[in-house]
Write a protein that binds this ligand. Structure first.
Ligand code: SAH
Ligand code: SF4
Length: 419
């Protein structure tokens, strides 16, 4: 979501006459797009921000803007802490990054319901995959989470705007679309989310459709059937469970039990046999007992996710969990996180290994970062595949790939031919 917000801000800035430079020393404007989901990101940001103070001394024309969730959360506080900051722009005001530069020093952190109605330009990275916003904000107020406070209320983007943007992307040659929202299955436009998927499925040129994130409480039959029936909708769902303990889930205000979650994964696997299911876990939520943690460990074993993002619970201002009793020492959180991550490493490794000798459809994205001799892409189930060197493999191609090796974090394969 944040990476795409940056693409949108780059688009808005280009319209305002700016162009992107690779070297911050050459910039007239530096925009920090910050994440506030955990405290660590915040610490990193402030240490980077400090460097711009001396840059400004050497280049008095330089302007510094702080955007994103930290900007929203701290508002004028950012300027108090770092007076050399010129602009503070919250995530609901990314459309105003151009106005912000018209000379007035300012703080843009107000509620901005019009954002969802606007078609912001975007300067996207690459030309194979594109992110497209379908909804902004969140109404769920999970007790640990800052997003509803920083990104504001849930607002859906009109279906016509989404569809015309995707048609434009298809015309430009993009092959894969990822629909973005904090909770895409609570999309409420003139169309329901499954209906929206149906219309996108009919857009010529688009080969794959993905969406993030889905909230387990709202995952319903309509979406599962759309995933089963629409050939372009990929067999992958990111469905954050957060914890395997009903007691913790209740305190988190997630509105489902472990059993309800489990039943939904069974339903998904029955309807879409090859589906990959990934999730998010929070280790060491306030009041989490050893038994609660064990429940999470056994949930991981029982469900067998294809991948997880797991993090230590991080205290966030304004949230209800911040006020709860039973905050755990960092060592306990670290220990639990480590156990979760090493167990999942084995599970992911085994699931990837099971793909050896299968043939997968891969959309080629570009040279692999770890080995530029190889091209890299993803399966429909969103697994990274590094493809052994072959002259006919280029970005944007859909290939049949025979998987030779299934490793912990990626697969390796050889192209058979174009599809
Ligand atoms: N809307 C999405 C998630 C957005 S935040 C959803 O509900 O699934 C992405 C992930 O960050 C969450 O799933 C959660 O696991 C993690 N997260 C959010 N707040 C956190 C906190 N205070 N400490 C640790 N992890 C957190
Ligand atoms: Fe945060 Fe919960 Fe909303 Fe996700 S659904 S953004 S975790 S409040």
């Amino acid at each position: 979501m944040n990476v795409h917000d940056s693409e949108r801000m780059l688009g808005v800035l280009r319209q305002a006459g700016y162009a992107r430079v690779d070297d911050p020393l050459k910039a007239d404007l530096i925009v920090f797009n910050t994440c506030g989901i955990r405290e660590k990101a915040e610490q990193k940001f402030y240490s980077l921000l400090g460097r711009t103070k001396t840059m400004k001394r050497d280049n008095p024309g330089l302007k510094v803007a702080v955007a994103g969730c930290i900007a929203q959360q701290q508002g004028a506080g950012v300027k108090e802490r770092a007076p050399y900051v010129d602009y503070v722009i919250g995530p609901q005001n990314i459309d105003r990054v151009g106005d912000a530069l018209l000379g007035r020093k300012g703080i843009f952190t107000g509620d901005n319901p019009e954002l969802a109605q606007k078609d912001l330009p975007a300067e996207r990275d690459g030309y194979v995959k594109a992110w497209v916003n379908v909804m902004y904000g969140c109404n769920n107020f999970c007790s640990y989470c800052i997003v509803p406070y920083t990104r504001g209320r849930e607002r859906s983007r009109p279906a016509d705007n989404i569809l015309s943007e995707i048609k434009g992307l298809a015309a430009e040659g993009f092959k894969e679309i990822t629909l973005l929202g904090q909770n895409v299955n609570s999309y409420r436009g003139e169309l329901s989310f499954p209906e929206l998927l149906r219309f996108i499925n009919d857009i010529e040129g688009i080969e794959r459709i993905r969406f993030v994130t889905s909230h387990p409480k709202d995952l319903e039959e309509g979406l599962i059937m759309a995933m089963r029936d629409l050939e372009k909708v990929c067999e992958h769902i990111h469905l954050p469970i957060q914890s395997g303990s009903d007691r913790v889930l209740k305190h988190m205000n997630r509105k489902y039990t472990f059993d309800e979650y489990l039943r939904k994964t069974e339903w998904l696997r029955k309807a879409i046999p090859d589906i990959a299911i990934t999730t998010d876990i929070i280790a060491g939520f306030p009041g989490e007992t050893g038994d609660d943690h064990k429940a999470t460990v056994s949930a991981l074993k029982e469900i067998g996710f294809d991948g997880i993002y797991a993090f230590k619970y991080s205290i966030r201002p304004m949230t209800r969990a911040a006020e709860m009793d039973g905050h755990l020492p960092d060592e306990v959180k670290s220990e639990r996180l480590l156990e979760i991550l090493s167990l999942q490493d084995q599970i992911t490794g085994a699931r990837n290994k099971a793909l050896q000798d299968t043939i997968q459809e891969v959309l080629v994205e570009g040279p692999s970062e770890s080995d530029p001799e190889k091209m890299t892409g993803r399966t429909r189930t969103n697994k990274i595949v590094n493809i052994l060197p072959s002259h006919h493999v280029v970005s944007g191609m859909l290939l049949k790939v025979r998987i030779l090796k299934g490793q912990r974090h990626s697969l390796e394969g050889v192209a058979i031919n174009g599809l």
